[in-house]
Design a protein around this ligand. Structure first.
Ligand code: ADP
Length: 492
């Protein structure tokens, strides 16, 4: 028996998951690591902590599966995107902590570049909005603020990588220095049309090209894990950013396929095939995962507050004891009685982009009860997702036929069936809910010949449940019009 291992290096924890040929999870191990907040708005990780967590979960997953390293056919890596590490090429020593995607320290620099009118050029080349979230300004910050770093980088002594690159470099003891299209596309330095690091952008952000890794398809033989770490000949066969990994893990490989992850926030990605779609609604364009050749383009939109609204019901309003209880409470309410909850706690994202908007509860009457508030909160998540889907349909000209779902809150059957009603299309929840790890595993397995192609994987990775819409069009329009009215009330 042979297996594929996925390393899922996330923002708060690292997991290793072992899959068998039937795409079932054989074992998994997880370890949280330190979050470092040096100042308000700054977020860092220690690269040493990240690697220690990787190595320990890898060993633990193998031990738990009761297998040996010889039976691991390949490893795939999926990672938190945009997080930036700069390290010494000879010693492997990071020159600074990893600057995490959430870190806002370079927001003033982004404002300065925006004021110089550079947003349009950057958007045209990279598909991204000029924001501190992406890697470029984080690299520049390290080069400008760490003593001697810029001179060392210019002498070719320092390397830059997103977390996938650092993991592969470390596991191969410096033999693999590469990333994949999905990670490169989130740096603000990669031209998504020419599929190359962009010389003008490197100049603009003042970053020496010699620091940058080679860019490869997500599913690809990158190299071997050093045999002193885990034994002989274990190959690294995929690297892929977490959201694109989930898209591939949901087998959204055709143009128009779309998935939504209902985690703390919601992440929607649509495969737009071989043509990039330039969004007019504030969505970003990136590259998707592929096993070979040129990658597909994807449109991406996010909702800041998804499952977090359920945590708010539990921890702040104390209306529910557990997240799962929101389902029974919502069903008990029968309907929301005209109540709308717009969970714009940190502003509104796509398609409205209003950073100063704040959440509201409206339509409350003397008869409104707690169950209805709970129900309206879940409905609020579904409406927000609807709005991003609508923007994607408008931008791409492709009508959604079904939405594939994953993430913690996708376990909520009420939320999923309301989502189907509001979208007017099927919502499909897969058997393998670990879609991010599955995506990295599928890509690695295809790259090393463990699986032939996605058609073979489709035979194993079935559906857990399909939610079909049962609401009339009239009712849907009535509810959506109420929602639009509620959103208007909370814009700044
Ligand atoms: P993340 O990866 O962002 O940490 P997860 O995919 O683990 O998120 O999902 C966790 C989120 O899902 C939490 O915000 C939690 O409130 C929500 N959640 C979990 N189970 C349910 C449920 N049954 N109903 C509604 N929300 C849920």
């Amino acid at each position: 028996m042979k297996y594929i291992m996925a390393i899922d290096q996330g923002t708060t924890s690292t997991r290793a998951i072992i899959f068998n040929h039937e795409c079932e999870i054989v074992s998994s191990a997880q370890r949280e690591f330190r979050q470092i907040y040096p100042r308000p708005g700054w977020v860092e990780h220690s690269p040493g902590d990240i690697m220690a967590s990787c190595v320990s979960v890898m060993a633990e997953a193998v031990a738990r599966a009761g297998i040996t390293w010889e039976s691991v056919s390949a490893i795939g890596v999926t990672n938190q995107r945009e997080t930036t590490i700069v390290w010494d090429k000879k010693t492997g020593e990071p020159v600074y902590n990893a600057i995490v995607w959430q870190c806002r320290r370079t927001a003033p620099l982004c404002d300065e570049l925006k004021a110089r009118g550079l947003s349009d050029e950057i958007f045209k080349k990279t598909g991204l909005v000029l924001d501190a979230y992406f890697s470029a300004t984080k690299i520049k910050w390290i080069l400008d603020n760490v003593d001697g770093a810029r001179a060392r980088a210019e002498r070719g002594e320092l390397l830059f990588g997103t977390v996938d690159t650092y993991i592969m470099w470390y596991l191969s003891r410096g033999k693999v220095f590469a990333t994949d299209y999905t990670n490169a596309a989130r740096t603000l330095l990669f031209n998504i049309h020419t599929l190359e690091w962009d010389k003008d952008l490197l100049k603009l952000f003042d970053i020496p090209e010699c620091m940058l890794p080679k860019v490869r398809p997500s599913g690809h033989f990158y190299g071997y894990v050093d045999r002193k770490l885990f034994g002989e000949g274990i190959s690294l066969c995929s690297a892929v950013g977490d959201q694109q990994a989930a898209l591939f893990g949901q087998l959204c490989v055709e143009k128009g396929d779309m998935k939504n992850t209902y985690g703390t926030g919601c992440f929607l990605l649509m495969n737009t095939g071989d043509a990039p779609v330039e969004s007019k609604s504030g969505l970003v364009t990136s590259l998707g995962a592929t096993g070979s050749g040129t990658p597909p383009y994807v449109l991406e939109g996010s909702v800041f507050v998804g499952g977090a609204a359920v945590q708010w019901l539990r921890d702040e309003l104390k209306l529910i004891g557990t997240a799962a209880e929101s389902e029974t409470r919502a069903l008990r309410a029968k309907d929301s009685g005209g109540v709308y909850v717009v969970p714009a706690f940190t502003g509104l994202g796509a398609p409205r982009w209003d950073a100063d908007a704040r959440g509201i509860i409206c339509g409350v009457t003397r008869g409104t009860n707690a169950d209805q508030i709970v129900r309206a909160t879940l409905e609020g998540i579904a409406y927000e997702v609807h709005d991003v889907v609508e923007a994607m349909e408008k931008d791409s000209g492709v009508k959604l036929t079904s939405l594939k779902v994953d993430g913690g809150a996708s376990e909520n059957n009420f939320l999923m069936s309301f989502q189907a009603d509001i979208l007017g299309c099927d919502v499909v929840r897969p058997k393998v809910v670990e879609t991010t790890a599955a995506g990295a595993a599928y890509l690695a397995g295809i790259a090393c010949g463990y699986w032939k192609d996605t058609d073979e994987i489709k035979k194993y990775a079935g559906t857990d449940r399909t939610f079909s819409p049962s609401m009339t069009k009239k009712e849907r329009e009535r509810l959506l019009s109420g929602w639009r009215g509620a959103v208007r009330k909370c814009v700044s």
